[in-house]
Design a protein around this ligand. Sequence first.
Ligand code: URA
Length: 228
Amino acid sequence: MTDPVRPGVLEQIRFLHELGVDALRLPGIPGPVVTAKAGAAGPLEAVRRDLGPCTRCALSEGRKNIVFGVGHPSARLMFIGEGPGEEEDRQGEPFVGRAGKLLDRMIAAIGLSREQVYIANIVKCRPPGNRNPHDDEIATCFGFLVAQIEAIQPQALVALGKVAASVLLQEPIAITRARGQMREFRGIPLMLTFHPAYLLRQYTRQNRQAVYDDLRQVKALVDQAGSG
Ligand code: URA
């Protein structure tokens, strides 16, 4: 369906939906004009509310939608990418483009689904032309990612690619050397692996096996923590 809604209005509706509003009524119009299934309640909602219709950095100027995050609000495993691309910006959901389809397969390979994990990005608005996010943009957004992690309380994190790994660890990471390392972010185990977009570009058996090994390792850790 094409979107007949004026720019900005859809974002407002999405924002309200994420706050748990499931019906909108307008004076003089009988019945709800917009209905949606209520979003999952909990501390994540408070983070979304604090973020609001964010204009804290320049990325807000070019975006269509804030890409807050998606998945289970108390997921045991959380994936962190870099920033929304064109399709994510259009849909308001992380990893829905080509790289996202591969991420879904990576998640399925360890016996999980997109609904069981949580997926977010270092920045929540699309950098123009898919450039890397700038330091000031990362710094402005980072507190909200940390708040999401604190709300979700995952047992492990996966950094997808160099940017996510470098930002979370506050050190420059060469992902081809560092992938497979289990590090920590604020006491939470953090697996470093390839970004699915990199994997698409370098789709070798060796790279696929490497990512599978990384994800299996982090899944085993999460399973162990869950049974303890
Ligand atoms: N790449 C990312 O890092 N994040 C997305 O949401 C999509 C592509």
